[in-house]
Design a binder for this molecule. Structure first.
Ligand code: NAD
Length: 338
């Protein structure tokens, strides 16, 4: 099976090369996004492998079908970037539902500690032999309330980490698991009572801009917002206003609503056109990482292993447990009944 692999970065290659060594999968690595301009690179390939910021809309799906592609292998868990309804019956879509929740949860805690203990500032200061502690006062996590929105695999790992810090947990999930023992609260209470709020739910029509001017108004003054899920969960302009109004104490963002054309690339030396992103980055209490939360050796290995298994499973058995498909207005997982 020949596969066109888009958005290939140097850190992707070793794990995919290792896991395809003993197979007949023939991967062509391309460093470009999958777009209407680049889709032609998939000519002659049965499958395409894409990542979080490759928008697979109706136009791309039609072009892939014309080129003879039958499979879209997402090497990520989120699939909001794919028009699954339009793909139904045209393109088979597989994804990696879980690779390492620890990678994302640990990055979330790393961002939080960096922010509230001013580690990012200390690193720069001491490199300049500035040993002053002025404006470096932080606060302790012990006894603080952490509101976790979306308590799936990543949210639950973060909750365990937070318990280790002696934090009080408030959980919200649209589909609470009664056997989880998690302390669920209504979303409104999370907004009102949390000292820190961390988002771990998928991006859907319902969760789009769930953090907006209205929800920010309900939050505690000085609240710390963490987003390592999907950028559009937060209305970035409302966030900026909340920071300027001193309502939001700090924000740590691994994802950003308009990240598609910016993240994963080196724009140093260029003029950034996105004024909201530029203003956010200029804030002393905002930390931005470039959709990096997943990036551990363990996660890269697991992503490659599961993606290769997904492709082999479709090739050899015509079924795959990690297939996504649209039926009766719902997104389901597994191979549809033929
Ligand atoms: P998961 O499916 O295990 O958990 C998601 C949880 O969100 C589920 O418990 C689900 O019931 C809940 N949920 C669904 N709709 C909701 C709603 N409207 N309100 C509140 N909760 C809702 O997924 P996961 O593996 O924990 O991943 C969570 C998110 O993290 C993914 O959707 C993905 O966007 C993001 N992610 C980011 C990175 C990164 O590198 N930054 C890496 C992997 C995943």
């Amino acid at each position: 099976m020949r596969i066109a692999f888009f958005d290939a970065k140097p850190y992707d290659l070793p794990a995919f090369q290792l896991h395809t060594e003993q197979t007949d999968l023939d991967i062509r690595f391309y460093d470009t996004h999958l777009t209407a301009q680049t889709v032609q690179l998939a000519a002659g390939c049965e499958a395409v492998c894409s990542f979080v910021n490759d928008m697979v809309d109706a136009e791309i799906i039609d072009r892939l079908c014309e080129l003879g592609c039958r499979i879209l292998a997402l090497r990520c868990s989120g699939y909001n970037q794919v028009d699954l309804q339009y793909a139904a019956g045209k393109l088979r879509v597989v994804h990696v539902p879980a690779y390492s929740p620890y990678a994302v949860a640990e990055h979330t805690m790393a961002l939080l500690l960096t922010s509230i203990r001013r580690i990012h500032k200390a690193y720069l200061r001491t490199r300049d032999f500035n040993f002053s502690l002025n404006n470096m006062t932080g606060f302790e996590l012990h006894g603080k309330t952490m509101g976790v929105v979306g308590c799936g695999k990543i949210g639950q790992v973060l909750i365990e980490i937070c318990k280790g810090f002696g934090m009080h947990i408030m959980a919200y999930d649209k589909y609470p698991n009664p056997d989880s023992g998690l302390p669920y609260y209504p979303l409104e209470e999370i907004w009102k009572q949390s000292d820190i709020i961390s988002l771990h739910c998928p991006l859907t029509e319902e969760t789009y801009h769930m953090v907006n001017a209205e929800s920010i108004a309900q939050m505690k003054s000085g609240v710390v917002l963490l987003n390592t899920s999907r950028g559009a969960l937060i209305d970035a302009e409302a966030l900026l206003e909340g920071i300027k109004a001193r309502k939001i104490g700090a924000a740590c963002l691994d994802v950003y609503e308009e990240e598609t054309d910016v993240f994963f690339e080196d724009w140093s030396g260029h003029i950034i056109q996105d004024d909201v992103l530029a203003r956010l980055i200029s804030m002393p209490n905002v930390i931005v990482t470039s959709h990096q939360a997943f990036l551990t050796q363990e996660a890269l290995d697991s992503i490659a292993e599961i993606t290769v298994q997904n492709l082999l499973s479709l090739q050899q058995t015509n079924t795959c447990a990690n297939e996504l498909y649209w039926k009766d207005g719902k997104i389901l997982r597994g191979t549809p009944m033929q």
